[in-house]
Design a protein around this ligand. Sequence first.
Ligand SMILES: Cc1ncc(COP(=O)(O)O)c(C=O)c1O
Length: 412
Amino acid sequence: MSTVSPAQQEASVLDRLRALESEFLLQNYARYPIAIHRGKGCYAYDTAGKRYLDFITGIGVNALGHAHPRLVRAIREQAALLLHSSNLYYSEFQGPLAERLAKISGLQRTFFCNSGAESMEGAMKMIRAHGRKIHPEKYEIISLHNSFHGRTFGALSITGQEKYRKDFEPLLAGAKFVPPNDVAALEQAVSERTAGIVIEWIQGEGGIYPMSVEYARKARELATRYDALLVFDEIQCGVGRTGKYFAYQLADPVVLPDIMVAAKPLACGIPLGVVVANERAAESIAAGMHGSTFGGGPLACRVAIEFLDILEGLLPQIEKSGAYFRMKLEELQKRYSFIQEIRCHGLMVGVELSVPGKQIVLDAMQQGLLLNCTHETVLRFLPPYIVTQPEIDRAVRILNRVLKTAKSKPAA
Ligand SMILES: Cc1ncc(COP(=O)(O)O)c(C=O)c1O
């Protein structure tokens, strides 16, 4: 009879995975000390079978939780039919998905790719090509301090955080950063040389900071006045996260960009990114100017169509669940003075602390709740859209226990 306990077994599985990764992987990630093996609904299970309430969903990807039966069926069926045919041929799913995206976004034409950064690259090439048609000196891209647009060279060049850029400079010429929500600074920065303005409607990695509607409208007005393209990065805040299809639809009337980029939850874990553009922006790209081998593959597009079918009915619930979560967090805020602010936009939630959040994330994980921490002091929650009130209650109970311990610990 084996005398090895499940906890010991898990430790050895984790130790083995850790040893392999430390020997054979580029050491670019600082991992939390678990390995997720499977998931069902709002729960994830590690390699030892321990259950976690998943309130980070792979950083906003698993929008329908784990193993949603309709997605599983679509994936199974499509895997048996066709995984890849390339963009040499017409696609059974790209046209229908693009039509759907046009309807829900208010824009017209889609380019399919595989990730957020790649969709940002596509948008940046459109900005450059658009500017170049007008004048060779029209190539500047204005973006915001504290923004995050991805890790590729182009996306990194317009990411407004020095810590991500500094090791790779010199980056793309023409990036210009302005403080968010500062209308006067934006007005001053935009000129005839501006080819594009790129904005995250709600900064995600930056700590869940929204743009004001006034600011977005000014950006729209300036982009139109100077014949520049306005791009909204909806990679984290879009595709249902706020209870609207896209965060720019929170404004009434809507502030429409020329280009919108989205990725993360779009195919719920199958890599898929999109650049969705109006006709004016789409004209910048002619045949042969851009492309992708994997972009818009049948599996990803079919899953995205299935997801959007489900999302339509879920949007009101996302808003309600977000409001409920906010109310529960505000109750916690009354109890813990180190909770400084709660920023909640549908199910995109940031809890700003006056103390570091890292240990809180680790303690919550220990107690069976997954979240993460951004910018040292912001607890970030991106729960699945299917989350229920009892699951929110459970998450808040765990958080309360963890915060109680944090409170009793002497300040570092
Ligand atoms: C707003 C935003 N833009 C771009 C990206 C980059 O996306 P990806 O990691 O899929 O390349 C992210 C990723 O976190 C993001 O949050």
